[in-house]
Design a protein around this ligand. Structure first.
Ligand code: B16
Ligand code: MG
Length: 221
C-alpha cells in the first residue's frame, strides 16, 4: 500500500468555526463603530487574526495605536474562545470522521494545516486531536496562506514529498497554497469559488472511499 499524506485545513473543513469568528469579530467591530457583514466575514476565511483585524479597520476607515490593536485582538480572541469552550464532537462536519477513520485504517499519514492559533484546543474539544500525526497551525508559521509554508511544514513533519500530499481546503488562499506547493488540492465548498482546486466537493459526504483509494494509489511524478 502506498503512503500518502492527507493534510486537513481546520475551519470550514473539519468544523464550522467561521460562525464563531463572525460573532466575535462583529461584536468587536460594532464596539468601535464599524459595521461588519457576513459577506465581509467570508473574506476573512483562512486569513490570520492580525490580517483580519487590519482588514476590518480598513473597511471602517479606522486607524488605531499598536497597543489598541493588541488589545482588540485579545478581546476578540477571548470572545471567540467562549464559543470554542462549548464545542463538542457534534460539531464535526458531516463524514469527516468516516474519511479520517478510512485513511487511518488504510495506514495513511494525517496532518492538520491551519492558520488558527487555537487549532489544538478546537481539535481537543471535538475529540479528534489524537488522529493527527502532525499539527501545523498559526503558532508555527510566519507566512500566511497562499504562502505554502504551513503545508510544506506538515509534509516535512510527516517525512513526505509534496507530490505525495493531498490537501483539503475551503479557502481560495488555501487552495492556492496547496497548488503552489505542488500538492493535490481538494476544495470543500463552492465549485465556482474554488475553481483552482484539482477537485471540488460540497462536503465530505460526496467523497467516497473509492475516490480516496484512487488518491492513495495514484503515482505522481
Ligand atoms: P485564530 P483555518 C482560520 O482557520 C480561519 O479560517 C480564519 O477565519 C481565522 O482568522 C484564522 O484561522 C486565525 O484564527 O484567531 O483562531 O488564530 O481555516 O486556516 O483553519
Ligand atoms: Mg479554512
Amino acid at each position: 500500500m502506498n503512503k500518502k499524506a492527507f493534510i486537513f485545513d481546520l475551519d470550514g473543513v473539519i468544523v464550522d468555526t467561521a460562525k464563531y469568528h463572525f460573532l466575535a469579530w462583529k461584536k468587536l467591530a460594532n464596539s468601535i463603530g464599524v459595521d461588519f457583514t457576513e459577506h465581509q466575514n467570508e473574506q476573512l476565511k483562512g486569513v490570520s487574526r492580525v490580517k483580519s483585524l487590519e482588514k476590518i479597520l480598513s473597511w471602517g476607515n479606522k486607524s488605531i495605536s499598536e497597543d489598541e490593536f493588541m488589545e482588540l485582538m485579545a478581546l476578540k480572541n477571548d470572545d471567540y474562545l467562549a464559543y470554542i469552550k462549548k464545542m463538542d464532537e457534534t460539531e464535526i462536519l458531516p463524514d469527516v470522521d468516516r474519511v479520517l477513520t478510512f485513511l487511518i485504517e488504510n495506514d495513511q499519514k494525517i496532518a492538520l494545516g491551519s492558520a488558527s492559533k487555537n487549532a489544538r484546543m478546537i481539535l481537543q474539544k471535538v475529540n479528534i486531536l489524537d488522529k493527527f500525526e502532525s499539527i501545523v497551525d498559526g503558532n508555527d508559521v510566519s507566512k500566511a496562506k497562499p504562502n505554502p509554508e504551513v503545508f510544506l511544514n506538515a509534509a516535512k513533519n510527516l517525512n513526505c514529498n509534496a507530490k505525495d500530499c493531498i490537501v483539503f481546503e475551503d479557502s481560495v488562499a488555501g487552495v492556492k497554497a496547496a497548488n503552489i506547493a505542488s500538492m493535490i488540492s481538494i476544495g470543500i465548498g463552492d465549485k465556482e469559488t474554488l475553481k483552482e482546486a484539482d477537485y471540488v466537493f460540497n462536503d465530505f459526504s460526496e467523497i467516497s472511499n473509492e475516490f480516496l483509494t484512487n488518491l492513495i494509489n495514484e503515482k505522481r511524478t
